[in-house]
Design a protein around this ligand. Structure first.
Ligand SMILES: Nc1ncnc2c1ncn2[C@@H]1O[C@H](COP(=O)(O)OP(=O)(O)O)[C@@H](O)[C@H]1O
Ligand SMILES: Cc1ncc(COP(=O)(O)OP(=O)(O)O)c(N)n1
Length: 266
C-alpha cells in the first residue's frame, strides 16, 4: 500500500482539514500519515485558529520523513509563515511529489489573508509543487486576477498561477462560480481540461476543497494519471457533498464514505 502524508490543520467539525484528508486517504486505499500545523474551531458566531509552533511542525515532519517512505505529500492549512518556512525547509530536499491546497479562504469565515504568507506561498512553496488546487477565491489571490466570473477568467488565472512555478493547476470553481454547474479546470504543461457536475443546492460543502485535493493526492500515489485522478476526485467529492452531514442552518460537512457506499451498491 502507498503511504501518503498530509501537512494540515485540524477541523474539529471534521468536514475539512486533516480529518477530511485522512478519511479520504482511507476511503481510497492508501495509508495516511499526518503532520498537524494548526487547530481551527468554528461555532455559529466564531472562527478561532490556533497555530502550532514551527518547532513542533518541524519535529513532526522529521519524525515522519526519517522513519517511513512516503509516496505522495499534500499540504493544506499551514497557519502562518513560520510554519510554511518549516515545511519548505523539510520538504525541499525530499523528492516526493507534492500537492498544494493553498487554503487561504474558508467558506465558514471571512478570513483575512496575511500578505507575507501569500508571498511566501507563491515564492517558496508553490515552486516545490507538482499540483496546486486553489478554490476560486484563492485563485484570485494567487493570480492577481481580481474577479473570476467567466471561463476565460479561469483560464487566465490558471496560467498566471502556473507561471509561479507549479506545473499543474486545478482551479476548483465550486459554488462561488456563477451558474448551475460546478467546474474544475485542470491546466497541465501541455493541455487543459474541464470537469463538471451539476451544482448541488445544499449546505454540506464544508471540506469539499480538502476532500477533493486529498482524493487527487491518494489517486496520484496509486499511479492514476493526473487527468484520471481529477476526474475520479470530482465524482468522489460530488457524492460526498450529496450525502453530506448537515450540522446547523449554515454549516454542513462532506461525508467521505459516500463514494465507497455508492460503488458497493452499483
Ligand atoms: N455546490 C456544489 N455542488 C457540486 N459540487 C461542488 C459544490 N461546491 C463545491 N463542489 C465541488 O467541490 C470542490 C471544492 O470546491 P470549493 O467548495 O469551491 O472549494 P473549497 O472547499 O476549497 O472552498 C469543487 O471543485 C467541486 O468539485
Ligand atoms: C483545518 C482546516 N483546513 C482547511 C479547511 C478548509 O477546508 P476546504 O475544504 O478547503 O474549504 P471549506 O469548504 O471548508 O471552505 C478547513 N475547514 N479546516
Amino acid at each position: 500500500m502507498q503511504n501518503v502524508l498530509t501537512v494540515a490543520g485540524s477541523d474539529s467539525l471534521a468536514g475539512g482539514g486533516i480529518q477530511a484528508d485522512l478519511k479520504t486517504f482511507e476511503e481510497l486505499d492508501v495509508f495516511g500519515l499526518s503532520v498537524l500545523t494548526s487547530i481551527v474551531n468554528v461555532t455559529q458566531t466564531q472562527f478561532n485558529q490556533h497555530n502550532l509552533s514551527a518547532d513542533l511542525v518541524t519535529e513532526q515532519l522529521k519524525s515522519v520523513l526519517t522513519t517511513i517512505s512516503i509516496d505522495f505529500i499534500k499540504t493544506g492549512l499551514l497557519g502562518n509563515s513560520a510554519n510554511l518556512y518549516a515545511t519548505v525547509e523539510q520538504l525541499s530536499d525530499y523528492r516526493t511529489k507534492l500537492v498544494i491546497d493553498p487554503v487561504l479562504s474558508f467558506k465558514e469565515a471571512n478570513t483575512t489573508t496575511n500578505r507575507d504568507y501569500v508571498t511566501s506561498l507563491k515564492e517558496r512553496l508553490l515552486p516545490l509543487g507538482f499540483l496546486t488546487t486553489p478554490n476560486l477565491a484563492e485563485a484570485c489571490i494567487l493570480s492577481g486576477v481580481t474577479s473570476i466570473s467567466s471561463t476565460t477568467d479561469v483560464q487566465q488565472a490558471a496560467q498566471k498561477i502556473q507561471a509561479l512555478g507549479c506545473p499543474n493547476v486545478v482551479i476548483k470553481c465550486g459554488s462561488r462560480f456563477p451558474g448551475d454547474t460546478a467546474y474544475n479546470y485542470l491546466l497541465t504543461e501541455s493541455d487543459a481540461y474541464w470537469f463538471d457536475t451539476p451544482k448541488l443546492a445544499v449546505t454540506t460543502t464544508d471540506g469539499a476543497g480538502c476532500t477533493f485535493s486529498a482524493a487527487i493526492t491518494a489517486l496520484l500515489a496509486r499511479d492514476y494519471s493526473l487527468v484520471d485522478a481529477v476526474q475520479l476526485a470530482t465524482r468522489f467529492v460530488y457524492l460526498g457533498i450529496q450525502a453530506g452531514v448537515p450540522i446547523s442552518s449554515q454549516l454542513g460537512s462532506v461525508w467521505q464514505g459516500a463514494y465507497r457506499q455508492k460503488e458497493a451498491h452499483s
